[in-house]
Design a protein around this ligand. Structure first.
Ligand code: NAD
Length: 257
């Protein structure tokens, strides 16, 4: 399976799932554009490392996915793309009556509104190229809910809904749009939730991992960034050309419960 001569933009890809997805796309031959809101030497070094390891073109473009104009500018600065992976995301855990308004706004902007802006900006380039794949990294929380994550769950359900709409709008073109719904993956985003959840439930770290996080993941294993990258590569393959407007769960059985 080769994605040679395809260009993939992965939002929020200097860490965690985004970086894992970018690496798997590069391994499959795609040129990749990494992104986050910082502009550090190590961000650009990540792209250089991928270019060297996989023999593809890779660059890093700074753009803040909480800002609509920067989302659109990212696509333009990259010269468009064949593959758009909307991955940037943040989390905050609090009961809804104590949920800070600035956190609500940031989660809705980064996790959901950015998907609107990047997709709107990328589709004309895909149409021009006559091929396109939009892969939205949603969540098991795009299909189910948990307490204390109102903004995240609202945003991820929004992304799942938006993916279906984009799929219908592109159904008669060689463009697909789908959402991947991961269960828990041990990334910095998940690490950061552990202290708050320990406090919320009065539990140790191990208890949070076993009894809160993986309690709904029947496999009792975290999903890996490589598995999410592999699922993305599959959605970019010819075998997936008629897969559009749907969700693929990578959650160890969570949503089967
Ligand atoms: P992470 O914190 O490791 O990565 C998040 C990425 O988003 C980072 O690269 C970060 O720099 C970037 N980012 C944050 N704010 C940004 C902004 N304003 N502009 C641009 N980039 C920004 O987290 P992760 O676990 O790899 O999460 C990646 C995606 O996967 C998120 O959308 C998350 O909701 C989703 N997800 C994660 C899990 C999990 O268990 N880790 C499960 C389901 C879904």
């Amino acid at each position: 399976m080769t994605l040679a001569n395809k260009t993939a933009i992965v939002t929020g890809s200097n860490s965690g799932i985004g970086l894992g997805v970018a690496r798997e796309l590069a391994k499959a031959g795609a040129n990749v554009v990494l992104n986050s809101f910082t502009d550090r030497e190590e961000d650009h070094a990540l792209a250089a490392g991928i270019a060297e390891e996989f023999g593809v073109e890779a660059r890093y473009i700074k753009a803040d996915m909480s800002k609509g104009d920067e989302c659109r500018q990212l696509i333009k600065d990259a010269g468009g793309c064949d593959i758009l992976v909307n991955n940037a995301g943040i989390q905050h855990v609090a009961p809804i009556d104590q949920f800070p308004v600035d956190k609500w706004d940031a989660i809705i902007a980064i996790n959901m509104n950015s998907v609107f802006h990047t997709t709107a900006a990328a589709l004309p380039f895909m149409r021009e190229r006559g091929w396109g794949r939009v892969v939205n990294i949603a969540s098991a929380h795009g299909l189910t809910a948990s307490p204390y994550k109102a903004a995240y769950i609202a945003a991820k359900h929004g992304v799942v809904g938006m993916s279906k709409t984009v799929a219908l709008e592109t159904a008669q073109e060689p463009i697909t749009c789908n959402a991947i719904c991961p269960g828990y993956v041990l990334t910095p985003l998940v690490e950061a939730q552990i202290p708050d959840t320990m406090k919320e439930y009065n539990m140790s770290r191990d208890e949070v991992v076993k009894n809160v996080m993986l309690t709904r993941q029947p496999s009792k294993e975290f999903a890996t960034v490589e598995q999410l990258g592999g699922t993305t590569v599959f959605l970019c393959s010819d075998a997936a050309a008629q897969i559009t407007g749907t969700t693929i769960s990578v959650d160890g059985g969570w949503t089967a419960l």
